[in-house]
Design a protein around this ligand. Structure first.
Ligand code: AMP
Ligand code: GLY
Length: 431
């Protein structure tokens, strides 16, 4: 029985664990560090934080795992995969050099340009004056050049906001130094298209959309994501292949050429022009998306462990890397709702008792993100995004209805739930 260690503690990692257990013919033994109380019901959890690279390598050695799957970006950028490779432990995820695609916005833009990937015009600046001089009109997009947990992008509507943002990012405030990417503002609709890569090839997953703003109608501040659905109306398998050839493969080729091949999940955040259907890349992440993964992986029919093992082995492995054939998907629709705690995203209310988890119908899947247990063993809130509820259905409407029906039974003080997740898909899909 193969042993796998999944690194992470959120809904994304819970969905990865479930998909490994469900799709993999070899029935792996799954361990998670550190996991959460929900994950602990499906796998063995170990209290090692995601930032502790040395302890994670030690745990992987101690457990003698066959594969480590790294969920979040922080350990990737910190070099966890490099350290695992040095210890001869196969790892699914990019090295620190390849994870710079997510860790540095300026690096990502430079690679996109070199690879010929369509993206918004930009300039990288290190002073406020240079930043103001680079702005050609409003709104303008200002991106802090480093990991900022989704809070490093500001869309400035006017000169005053732009200047204040540049001062904050470059001279003082929460970040302080480094560089800023000043980028042209793009209009359209966002689509997330992820691909599994083995250093040489990119094999796309099913497309998804996520809902980043806290309030209905895409109002209010950005969050880590309040819901998602998959697939996307109008983005069929043929289109997925064409977009992947445009936004994933050239990046994989470019990084291979530079001697820092990309292994793991390459997540392209796309802006699709409503009129022309043209695609531009907003950003790359170097990992599975959260909450896209919670909607995408329940639809996967291919063997996820085989896929990840092949990717981690690289193109020169005995089995020759990723399969040539496209992945297989459940044709049904998946809708994922995020239940967030009071105060999110500015803060997160902790310790609120969660009720109703036992009564969720088996037609829906609950994955845990920010949950804990109180001293009586009751589930409580322990973070901003608390739980995810996913349901599958023959149509977007059916999936949506099942997800909301299941979420309705789960309650905690201050619960936040967007009511309009996947409504767009319902409207477009028709009938
Ligand atoms: P990023 O972290 O680069 O994806 O940016 C976070 C969010 O900011 C994206 O998901 C978009 O909603 C928005 N965004 C980023 N870049 C642009 C752009 N060039 N034009 C319009 N919106 C953008
Ligand atoms: N859903 C956006 C992200 O994972 O970054």
């Amino acid at each position: 029985m193969p042993k796998v260690l999944v690194v992470g503690a959120g809904g994304r990692e819970h969905a990865i664990v479930r998909a490994l257990l469900r799709t993999s013919a070899e029935r792996p033994e799954v361990h998670v560090a550190p996991g959460n109380p929900g994950i602990a019901r499906d796998a063995e959890t170990h209290a090692v934080p995601v930032e502790d690279v040395a302890a994670l390598v030690g745990l992987a050695q101690e457990l003698a795992v066959d594969l480590v799957v790294v969920g979040p970006e922080v350990p990737l950028v910190a070099g966890l995969v490099d350290a695992l490779q040095e210890a001869a432990i196969p790892a699914f995820g990019p090295t620190a050099a390849a994870a710079r695609l997510e860790g540095s916005k300026a690096f990502a833009k430079e690679v996109m340009l070199a690879a010929g990937v369509p993206t918004a015009g930009y300039e990288t600046v290190t002073t406020v004056d240079a930043g103001m001089a680079a702005i050609t009109g409003y709104p303008v997009v200002l991106k802090y050049d480093g990991l900022a947990a989704g809070k490093g992008v500001v869309i400035a509507e006017d000169e005053q906001t732009a200047r204040a943002t540049l001062v904050d990012m470059l001279e003082e405030g929460q970040f302080g130094d480094a560089a800023v990417v000043v980028e042209e503002f793009l209009r359209g609709e966002e689509v997330s298209l992820l691909a599994v890569c083995d250093g040489r090839r990119a094999v796309p997953l099913a497309p998804a959309q996520d809902y980043k703003r806290i309030f209905e109608g895409d109002e209010g501040p950005n969050t880590g994501g309040m819901g998602s659905y998959s697939p996307v109306v109008g983005v069929d398998a043929e289109r997925v292949a064409a977009i992947s050839a445009l936004v994933h493969q050239p990046i994989v080729d470019e990084l291979a050429r530079r001697g820092t091949p990309f292994t793991g999940v390459l997540y392209a955040g796309l802006m699709v022009d409503a009129e022309t259907g043209g695609v531009q890349v907003l950003e790359y992440n170097t990992r599975f998306g959260d909450p896209e993964t919670q909607a995408v992986l329940p639809r996967l029919r291919s063997d996820l462990l085989t896929l990840m093992t092949a990717a981690a082995g690289g193109p020169d492995a005995e089995d020759g890397g990723l399969p040539e054939a496209p992945l297989e998907w459940d044709p049904r629709w998946a809708v994922t709702l995020v239940l967030a705690s009071r105060g999110y995203p500015a803060s997160a209310s902790k310790g609120d008792v969660i009720k109703g988890l036992g009564g969720v119908p088996s037609s829906a899947e609950v994955t845990h993100a920010g949950t804990g247990l109180d001293d009586q063993g009751r589930p409580i809130t322990a973070g901003g995004r608390v739980l995810n509820v996913t349901a599958l259905g023959e149509s977007p409407a059916a999936a949506r209805q099942a997800a909301y029906a299941a979420a309705q039974g789960i309650g905690f003080d201050g619960r936040q739930l967007r009511r309009d997740i996947a409504l767009r898909a319902v409207e477009r899909f028709g009938g």
